[in-house]
Write a protein that binds this ligand. Structure first.
Ligand code: SF4
Length: 344
């Protein structure tokens, strides 16, 4: 069996808050709670969920900005907790990130050439002339003029700045890109261009993507498998086409229904009472917002179990709910390309 590019096993991240007083016990907040998933090499895996669901904490652990509190996280078969110094050094090349805000991600004082050459220099062992050639080659690859190396980020549009951020990320030939809401800060009219660029690059360079997003149409366009996070847990996981077209978990059903109804507004107004992270509900954490909750939901944590080989759900009653409200939802999320055509 091939080694997955990413393998998370019972992964958790808990933060200890500052004591309210000298004698108070420290309080803990669990951002990621016992999740397991894997991403095959060359695959594009999406994580969706509202803000605060734990998606970005997973990304931070992959980027080694945070250490797991429990469980294991391995990339290309290498457990991140037991890497040697040499492995840590090469890991910075293997995994790169493209973040939401292209404005904040690029230093305004550096010229484009220096921004893209920065990771190459950090890696060492490349002459200045070779680095210059590599920068020009990458600029062409991301659809920018090779002679823009002497310009500053403020001279570019938002979409072009995201192209520069992508160029910087791929300059060191990474194998895994963590894409955290890479188009959500961009104008709708340029989103499709950046998404197409990312898709082309994945094919051309054989990259693996962990794609984090809240726009379900974008996630469906960009990924082949999706995990849905709620309150730090994975509540549904499966192929993007099956899961986003016929969701089974009540939370995913609501997310998808809202996204399908209002593709340009995004998802808000899920309704129900948001749990307090300092005092999470027992059993299923979605029960305070779920219209189907029963006593069993308060007593037992539902486990993510396969309802088919491509689709797993963490809900005690998903079969009864499907029988009750029907299993025939067929949400057709508008593709970002279609949305762009309608807005331009
Ligand atoms: Fe709703 Fe219960 Fe399913 Fe949780 S386990 S989503 S509360 S029905």
């Amino acid at each position: 069996m091939n080694t997955p590019m990413v393998q998370a096993q019972a992964l958790s991240k808990t933060y200890t808050l500052r004591r309210a007083s000298l004698f108070a016990a420290p309080q803990k907040v669990t951002a990621v709670d016992d999740i397991s998933f894997s991403v095959a090499a060359g695959e594009s895996f999406g994580l969706i969920g509202e803000s605060g669901s734990g998606k970005t904490t997973v990304a931070k652990m992959l980027l080694k900005l945070e250490a797991p509190s429990a469980g294991t996280l391995a990339v290309d078969g290498q457990n991140l907790a037991t890497q040697t110094t040499e492995q840590q050094h090469s890991y910075r090349r293997t995994v790169q990130a493209v973040l939401q805000d292209p404005y904040g991600a690029l230093s305004p004082r550096l010229k484009v050439g220096s921004i893209i050459a920065e990771p190459l220099r950090a890696q060492g062992g490349m002459s200045a002339a070779l680095a210059r050639d590599r920068v020009r080659e990458i600029l062409q690859l991301v659809g920018l003029r090779p002679d823009c190396v002497n310009e500053y980020p403020h001279q570019f549009s938002g979409g072009q700045r995201q192209r520069i951020a992508i160029a910087r990320a791929i300059s060191v030939n990474p194998r895994l890109l963590v894409l955290d809401e890479p188009v959500s800060a961009l104008d709708v009219s340029v989103r499709a261009q950046i998404l197409n660029l990312l898709r082309d690059m994945q094919q051309q360079l054989g990259l693996t993507y962990l794609f984090i997003g809240h726009d379900l149409a974008v996630v469906r366009f960009m990924t082949s498998r999706v995990g849905v996070m709620y309150f730090g847990r994975l509540v549904e996981m499966g192929s993007a086409s099956a899961l986003l077209r016929r969701p089974r978990h009540p939370y995913t059903r609501r997310l998808v229904a809202i996204a399908a109804a209002r593709p340009l507004i995004g998802q808000e107004g899920l309704g129900g009472e948001l749990p307090n992270p300092l005092n999470p509900p027992s059993g299923c954490t979605f029960r305070t917002r779920c219209p189907y909750a029963t006593q069993r939901c308060a007593d037992e944590v539902p486990q993510l179990t396969g309802e088919s080989p491509e689709h797993a759900v963490a809900c005690h009653h998903h079969e009864e709910i499907a029988a009750l409200v029907g299993d025939s939802q067929d949400y057709r999320l508008q593709s970002p390309i279609q949305i762009q055509k309608e807005t331009t």
